[in-house]
Each structure stands twice: as structure tokens, then as C-alpha cells.
Design a protein around this ligand. Structure first.
Ligand SMILES: [Zn+2]
Length: 446
């Protein structure tokens, strides 16, 4: 233990075995040991006494649109990773679209890595993209270290990232399963979307009717069938429709290699509360009714839904018009995701251990980083969030770090103040003061 440089001591440390008073010894940026609370501090080590603030593993957010390079007026690695750090997130995985170029070839991946290097305040990894015409790029991208491949089953919102029809989905899945890769899917069926009423305008009810549950349910049913056919590993992105839950539960019980995420906005905001014209609440699939939300929480509790990620997808403020049909679809939640989910989780009787499981351990496991991230345990990176879980704050958009601080949470009072965030044993933000960027670029473990 002679090389321990830092000890973080708290009466509430969230470990895989539960919450307990402990002293966490850090050496070389990794957790050396989780010791009894009143252990002697090794000679030469610095003690950081956190009192009753909770020490939890830094969150791992596997669904973030950084949009850099190419749409940097929307977001960028510097601003997105600062927002994430301020919210207790220490690892993010960037989505392959909305940047220019999209991450659909190895060259494009290299471009993105070059842009991210030096700007990342937290660790950053990359998803690749599966397009109708890039099947031969998938294996090289996998070998270059992307964590898996994103595909859309309906139009993505940007022309350079076309969606897969069922034939192309099958072709991509056959290829990806041949090398043991992971396909992550935006699951809305284009035919059901086309058949839905498209009223347009500022009324949220009209927007909701244009993205019906059956579009999700149908796409998920088709995806499950294809996953079975190829014995492929698939992940459903941003589940909103609770009607799909029985189907998902059944597939999981039958051994289909399926995981599912949902997002803070589906768990904490409801269709009933969205004011007309308030397109900061627009995302696809949409925020649905309160009764739908109750079922998503049940599914998280029983494991049908595995994890919670932000789907942080900002744009410039001018694209958030008051017409729900044409406004940019995306909610910016990086900095507030922990507090938003914790606020609702505690109201529903869940513990912080549950939040850590949904937003850190399971997301780390999704991308195969669970030997290094997502737990306060020996051998893991010393990535932490320090949280005052009972303290509240009111969301002020001016205090948000992402580039265009549009937020669906403005004015809400949330529980859980992130006091500081730590990456490999170094404090990267505390009380709004950031260190120089110390994030590293991550690749899939071979
Ligand atoms: Zn997304």
C-alpha cells in the first residue's frame, strides 16, 4: 500500500456489495482498496474527508451526441464533456451521427478522435454507424475500437445517416454477429410513422400522435425476430413505449441477447405537462403519458429495462422552434441526468444504489468497460462523483455547461447536488471550477 496517493473517506460509499462507511485508497489512478472507514491513512497519501456526502462511481453515459466536428455550433467535445463532468459523468460514448463526418469509416473515426483529443474533460469512446452502404466498413471499425454500431429503422433526421430497411438490417446484423459485435438500434417503424396523423404546429398532443407507440412496438418486434435469426447481440436505444415491455421481457426470458435503455426525460417528464410550442421537450420517440412512465419505472425495477442514458442531443436554440413537426428533436440532459433520475427515483422508493446500477454499472457492462468503470472496487479506475443527495437546487439554464443551454428542466427543483467529480484520482470539477481536460479516448477492449 506504499504507493497510495489519495484516500477518499465517506460515511456512504456505494460499492457493488452495498452502501457503507469506507475509505477508498487510490494508487496510480486506480482504486487500490476499499478499506474500513477509520483505517490509518498510508504515509504520503492525502486524505479527502467527504463527511456524509455520498461517494459513487462516476456515471457512464453510453448515449451522447457530441456533434463534433461538423455541427460544433450545436455542441462540441469541450462543452459536452464539461457538462457531463459537472453532472457526475466520467465516461461518455459518442453517437456516430450529427457530426460531419459521421463515424461510418475508420478514416472518419480517426478524424473524430483527433478532434476529441485534448478537449475531453472525461473519458470518451465512440460508436460506429451502420448505414445501407457501409457493411464492408463494419469489421474494420470494430477492429479500430468502436464499441458497436448504431442503426436507424426510420429516418434519422440528417441526410448523411440513412436508415436501414429490413433487408439491410439483416445484412448488417449478419456481418456484425460474424465478429461478435453489438448493434444498437433506434427502433421506430417507418411505415407506422408514415401512417400516423401529421398535423404539425405547436400542440404537443399532435406531435405525440405523429410518433405512436405502435411504431416502436412493431420495430422492436422485428428487431427481436432478426436478433434471433442471427443469434446477434442487440440493444434497443431510448425505449419510450411501455407497450413493448411484455415483448421485451418475453424475448429476454427466451434467451435473446437483448438489452434495453431508457432516458431521464421518459422517466421524469410527462406528455401532460409539456406546454404548447415548448419544443425543448421534443425528442423521438416522444415523451409519453404519466401512466406510460409508471410502467417504465416498473420495468427498470424488474430488470426488463437495463439502463438509463441521456441521449443528450442538442442543437442551436433557433432550431427549437414552436412547431413540433419541424423543430429539432433532441433533449439536452447531460448535466442534469443524475439529479433528475435521482429526484424521481427517491420519490418512488428507489435507492441511490439502484441509480448507480442503471447509470453506471450496467452502462459500463453494455460497452464491455465493466472491468475498469462503473464500480467502486479494487482495480477499477478511480472515477467518482461526490453527491449531496438530500440537497436541492432549482435548474437555471445559465448554469448549464453545454453549448446551447436549452433545457426541458428549466425551473424544476431537483434533489442531488454534485459536489465534485473525479477522473483516475484527480478532481476534474468542484463547485463549478474545472481542471484542464484530463479525459482519455477509449476503445473497445479486444
Ligand atoms: Zn440519440
Amino acid at each position: 500500500m506504499s504507493d497510495v496517493e489519495l484516500v477518499l473517506r465517506s460515511t456512504r460509499v456505494i460499492t457493488p456489495e452495498g452502501t457503507r462507511a469506507a475509505s477508498v485508497a487510490v494508487a496510480g489512478g486506480r482504486i487500490e482498496a476499499v478499506l474500513p472507514y477509520d483505517s490509518a491513512v498510508p504515509a504520503g497519501a492525502r486524505l479527502e474527508d467527504l463527511g456524509d456526502d455520498v461517494l459513487l462511481p462516476g456515471l457512464v453515459d453510453t448515449h451522447v451526441h457530441v456533434n463534433d466536428p461538423g455541427r460544433t455550433e450545436w455542441e462540441g467535445f469541450w462543452t459536452a464533456t464539461r457538462a457531463a463532468a459537472a453532472g457526475g459523468i466520467t465516461t461518455l460514448v459518442d453517437m456516430p451521427l450529427n457530426s460531419l463526418p459521421p463515424t461510418t469509416t475508420v478514416d472518419h473515426l480517426r478524424t473524430k478522435q483527433e478532434v476529441a483529443a485534448g478537449k475531453a474533460h472525461i473519458d470518451v469512446g465512440f460508436w460506429g454507424g451502420a448505414l445501407p452502404d457501409n457493411t464492408k466498413e463494419l469489421r474494420p471499425l470494430h477492429e479500430a475500437g468502436v464499441f458497436g454500431f448504431k442503426a436507424f429503422l426510420s429516418p434519422s433526421g440528417v441526410d448523411e445517416f440513412p436508415h436501414l430497411d429490413q433487408d439491410r438490417l439483416a445484412r448488417s446484423l449478419a456481418e456484425i454477429s460474424s465478429f461478435g459485435g453489438l448493434l444498437i438500434v433506434h427502433a421506430e417503424d417507418p411505415h407506422h410513422l408514415d401512417a400516423a396523423p401529421h398535423q404539425g404546429g405547436p400542440k404537443y398532443a399532435d406531435f405525440l400522435a405523429s410518433r405512436p407507440r405502435d411504431a416502436e412496438d412493431t420495430a422492436i418486434a422485428q428487431l427481436i425476430a432478426q436478433a434471433k435469426r442471427f443469434d446477434a447481440r442487440v440493444h434497443i436505444l431510448h425505449l419510450s413505449s411501455s407497450d413493448a415491455l411484455p415483448l421485451i421481457a418475453e424475448a429476454k426470458a427466451a434467451g435473446v441477447r437483448l438489452t434495453v435503455e431508457t432516458c431521464p426525460h421518459y422517466l421524469t417528464l410527462t406528455a401532460e405537462e409539456v406546454p404548447d410550442g415548448a419544443s425543448e421537450f421534443k425528442c423521438c420517440p416522444p415523451i409519453r403519458e404519466a401512466a406510460n412512465q409508471d410502467l417504465l419505472w416498473q420495468a427498470l425495477a424488474d430488470g426488463t429495462v437495463d439502463c438509463v442514458v441521456t441521449d443528450h442531443s442538442p442543437s442551436t436554440a433557433d432550431l427549437k422552434t414552436d412547431d413540433f413537426a419541424t423543430a429539432w428533436g433532441g433533449i439536452s440532459g447531460l448535466q442534469l441526468s443524475l439529479a433528475a433520475v435521482w429526484t424521481e427515483a427517491r420519490r418512488r422508493g428507489h435507492g441511490l444504489e439502484d441509480v448507480v446500477r442503471w447509470m453506471s454499472s450496467r452502462t459500463a457492462a453494455l460497452v464491455g468497460l465493466d472491468a475498469r468503470k462503473g464500480a467502486i472496487a479494487p482495480g477499477h479506475d478511480a472515477d467518482f462523483a461526490v453527491l449531496a443527495p438530500d440537497e436541492t437546487f432549482t435548474v437555471d439554464p445559465a448554469a448549464l455547461q453545454h453549448r446551447n443551454p436549452v433545457t426541458a428542466y428549466a425551473g424544476k427543483t431537483l434533489h442531488g447536488v454534485v459536489r465534485s467529480t473525479w477522473l483516475r484520482g484527480e478532481r476534474i470539477v468542484a463547485d463549478g471550477e474545472f481542471s484542464e481536460p484530463k479525459g482519455r479516448l477509449l476503445t473497445r477492449n479486444p
